[in-house]
Design a protein around this ligand. Structure first.
Ligand SMILES: [Zn+2]
Length: 330
């Protein structure tokens, strides 16, 4: 009799345990559904790429499944084998997504940014200089205008190739290589790419470092004053053409200083004469400083495509003039 009682109370206990498990499981599933619908509503309208999308889904599904797991942890050992297999699956995803993590995060933020910036927008930096954020995906990629008045909000999403240890947009690589090869052929000219693509993030880092160094040197300066001083020596993030990947600083192997005297080298002279044939322009010419807001730089070349380059170089104008955007749009 007592045995029977004990057995039935054990059965009751077991039933209660099963019930608890079922409730926990239902809760976990509900939580997952809520999270999934939130994710779909919040993120999908902003996205377009299929591949990146799936990697983001994976990322977001991680916290989800670990939540589920933690509630399942309370469950008995019976299910531990099942759990193990789901853990295995998860770690497989983890590997895959961490592989893609950086790029997809970057993409996500730039997508958000650009959809935000679309209607945008005049804005001011801390020194009161007015500028606009541009949408890098709008219009002809070769004619993107980046300067102090037109800035990039975030990193560009570009595929790069490496030349002389510097990265450039893969789409300009062949033209660049051809230009350097032709320029060196049957001559003692020897070119060296000394600067190429720089991400907006890296530029931010360099710029912030500069501001703190300026402030450390003179603690009486305000942040705004330090910003102003820093911007005379380091390009403002998003305002440097090097943030586009369409620009290279080309020096000579035996003249590696970025100073005005570089213009006297045979390398600089050949480039100035011939760059347009390959789609490049001398971006910051002498006498146009009031338009470009950048000092004369005989080493700084920008890809715009052969058609625009031919017009710009033969007429002796700047990209700003070619595009009719000498001042910031009103
Ligand atoms: Zn440059």
């Amino acid at each position: 009799m007592a045995k029977k009682k004990r057995r039935s109370s054990a059965r009751k206990k077991r039933r209660a345990m099963l019930l608890r498990r079922a409730i926990l499981f239902i809760l976990a599933v509900l939580l997952m559904l809520v999270f999934l619908s939130w994710y779909l509503l919040e993120y999908l309208p902003n996205r377009n790429g299929g591949g990146a999308e799936s990697s983001i889904t994976q990322e977001y599904s991680q916290p989800e499944s670990s939540e589920e797991e933690s509630s399942e942890e309370e469950l008995s050992e019976e299910e531990s084998s099942e759990e193990e297999s789901s853990q295995e699956e998860e770690s497989y995803y983890e590997e895959e997504s961490s592989y893609e993590e950086e790029s997809s995060y970057e993409e996500e933020s730039s997508m958000e940014e650009s959809s935000e910036e679309e209607e945008s927008s005049h804005t001011e930096d801390v020194t009161g200089h007015g500028f606009m954020y541009i949408d890098p995906n709008e219009g002809d990629w070769r004619l993107i205008l980046v300067n102090k008045n037109y800035r990039l909000a975030e990193n560009m999403e570009i595929e790069t190739r490496t030349i002389h240890g510097e990265e450039v947009d893969a789409r300009i690589y062949d033209s660049l290589v051809q230009m350097l090869e032709d320029g060196e052929r049957d001559s003692d000219r020897e070119f060296l790419i000394c600067s190429g693509y720089r991400s907006v993030d890296l530029q931010k880092e360099l710029f912030e470092n500069k501001i703190w160094r300026v402030m450390a040197a003179d603690p009486d300066l305000s942040y705004e004053e330090a910003y102003e001083i820093a911007s005379t020596e380091v390009a403002i993030p998003g305002a440097s053409e090097h943030n586009t990947g369409l620009t290279v600083d080309i020096c000579a192997v035996d003249f590696q200083m970025l100073i005005e005297e570089y213009e006297e080298t045979s390398e600089a002279q050949w480039l100035k004469e011939n760059c347009y044939k390959y789609g490049f322009i001398l971006r910051y010419p002498k006498g146009k400083e009031d338009i470009t807001q950048i000092i004369y730089e005989p080493w700084h070349f920008r890809y715009v495509g052969v058609e625009a380059a031919t017009e710009i170089m033969t007429q002796g104008i700047t990209l700003e003039e070619y595009l009719g955007k000498v001042d910031v749009d009103e």
